[in-house]
Design a binder for this molecule. Structure first.
Ligand code: BG6
Length: 483
């Protein structure tokens, strides 16, 4: 079936950096529906030809070695640009007529990609409705919405309500690019495509779980946005919760969109709400030294650029197992990983009298950049008495050293083909805000834990390591070794 992708906010950075390179790569691999057209819409005035020229340059830069001028020319033939303003109803009628013209009256599926400023999502969707762009009797009509989806529960709920006036839930694809990462999808395969992990994947064998998304970068030129968001909105409500959901969910009945999403949302529903002193005791806040001097950041900003939270998932599988979540900017290295810390053997026969105390088993899922899985276990030091050492089984996702496909490649194709499994559902988004909102509110009140200043290039504030030690545990600060 023919396909058209309409990108609103087309002159923005996301289009040139992520969307067009992802579509180009899928075209190069012959995976796009035929024909696939792309229509860019934004306020800047230029022609389709001028836009193609700009995109040729940016795509060549972002796909590097994959750029082939001949393939690009074939791909670019179906790229169009139409100037348009979200505030202007007439522009949406023009767009509707333009789409009919290029689709030559043939049944065509469409994806409308909202890559505009988030404040414009509701207005853009209302205008689409007025111009009949939502009517799906001549092909599917789907809408992809970039993050952030709301800034708290109230705004997310009101955005859901206003979108539902124009599009049904099954037409709405809320994107979280973490779900497009190969290694995140691989967690489901690791857990549910094998028999050896799942019997141990519960409170009987797991002592705690650590989920870390550390970034080496600072806020850069996004200070204005970031200062209003902070790390809880920017990383926890979406990406980190997604990692937690795939780590903790039950096996779905089948691997299809609704079954997977049903199980994921149940994890969030089981998260124990913070009460009383939890707000101070179950978290650590930090801000990197120099943040308040960044462009767009007020000199007295109290916004967190680092946070660590301890959450409990109160269900049959996880009751009593702490999930430690942490993320921050300006940290030691870029490293996202999930550590499953198993319990110690019930009765340790070896190493009791020696200075070396055996460590319990650990499974490390490296999300990025050294995508892979490591299992740590005890083995005997050769030619010793019963001395033990921690050994490692190391699986690298792709030993060729090539970067994995960009998350947008998979997600855009799924939206085009109508597979919602890797997109967030309305109840999931609302539930995640229900967890985060009270923490954000409390952290702005006198009940907030202190804002700890940390030097860039560390694993966040030293208070965070002390906090963990105080609970008899240690963070696994792993800077992955790249091949
Ligand atoms: C974005 C956040 O959603 O994710 C950024 O707004 C963050 O602040 C980025 O840097 C991290 O994505 P990735 O894929 O580089 O881990």
């Amino acid at each position: 079936m023919a396909h058209t992708m309409v990108i609103f906010g087309a002159s923005g950075d996301l289009t040139s950096r992520k969307l067009i390179p992802a579509l180009y790569r899928q075209f190069q691999r012959d995976r796009l529906p035929k024909p696939s057209r792309i229509v860019g819409v934004s306020r800047s005035v230029f022609t389709s030809e001028e836009w193609r020229q700009q995109l040729a340059e940016s795509t060549a830069k972002f796909v590097k070695g994959d750029f082939d001028a001949e393939v690009w020319n074939a791909f670019a033939q179906n790229i169009y640009y139409l100037p348009g303003d979200i505030g202007n109803e007439a522009d949406f009628h023009k767009l509707a007529a333009f789409l009919q013209e290029i689709e030559e009256g043939k049944a065509t599926d469409r994806v409308y990609y909202l890559s505009t400023m988030p404040q414009l999502y509701a207005a853009a969707i209302e205008q689409m409705g007025k111009a009949g762009l939502n009517i799906d009797d001549f092909g599917h009509r789907r809408v992809v919405i970039e993050k952030p989806f709301g800034t708290d529960l109230a705004t997310a709920r009101s955005l859901n309500e206003s979108i539902h006036k124009t599009f049904r839930e099954d037409q709405i694809y809320r994107i979280d690019h973490y779900l497009g990462k190969e290694t995140v999808q691989n967690i489901l395969v690791l857990r549910f495509g094998n028999t050896i992990f799942e019997p141990l994947w519960n409170r009987n064998y797991i002592e705690h779980v650590q989920i870390t998304v550390a970034e080496e970068v600072k806020v850069g030129r996004r200070g204005d946005y970031y200062d209003k968001a902070g790390v809880l909105r920017d990383m926890f409500q979406n990406h980190i919760f997604q990692l937690m959901m795939v780590t903790a969910m039950e096996a779905p009945v089948r691997y299809t969109g609704e079954f997977v999403r049903d199980e994921k949302v149940k994890v969030l529903q089981a998260v124990r709400p913070y009460r009383g002193s939890d707000f101070a005791e179950f978290g650590v806040r930090g801000q990197y030294h120099g943040y308040t001097k960044e462009e767009g950041v007020p000199a007295d900003s109290q916004t967190e650029t680092f946070a660590a939270l301890k959450l409990y998932i109160d269900n049959w599988r996880w009751r009593g197992v702490p999930f430690y979540l942490r993320s921050g900017k300006a940290m030691s290295c870029r490293s996202s990983q999930i550590v499953i810390q198993f319990r110690e053997p019930p009765h340790m026969l070896f190493g009791e009298q020696k200075s070396y105390r055996p460590e319990a088993n650990r499974l490390v899922i490296q999300i990025q950049p050294a995508e892979g899985v490591q299992i740590y276990f005890q083995s005997k030091v050769p030619d010793s008495d019963m001395r033990l050492r921690l050994s490692e089984l190391d699986f690298r996702f792709d030993s060729s050293g090539k970067e994995p496909p960009d998350a947008y490649q998979r997600l855009l194709l799924d939206a085009m083909l109508g597979d919602p499994g890797l997109f967030a559902r309305s109840d999931e988004v609302e539930q995640s805000w229900r967890i985060i909102d009270p923490i954000i509110t409390a952290w702005k009140s006198p009940a907030a834990p202190a804002l700890n200043i940390y030097e860039p290039g560390l694993w966040g504030p030293t208070q965070c390591s002390e906090w963990m030690q105080g609970q008899g545990r240690t963070w696994f600060d792993i800077c992955p070794i790249l091949p």
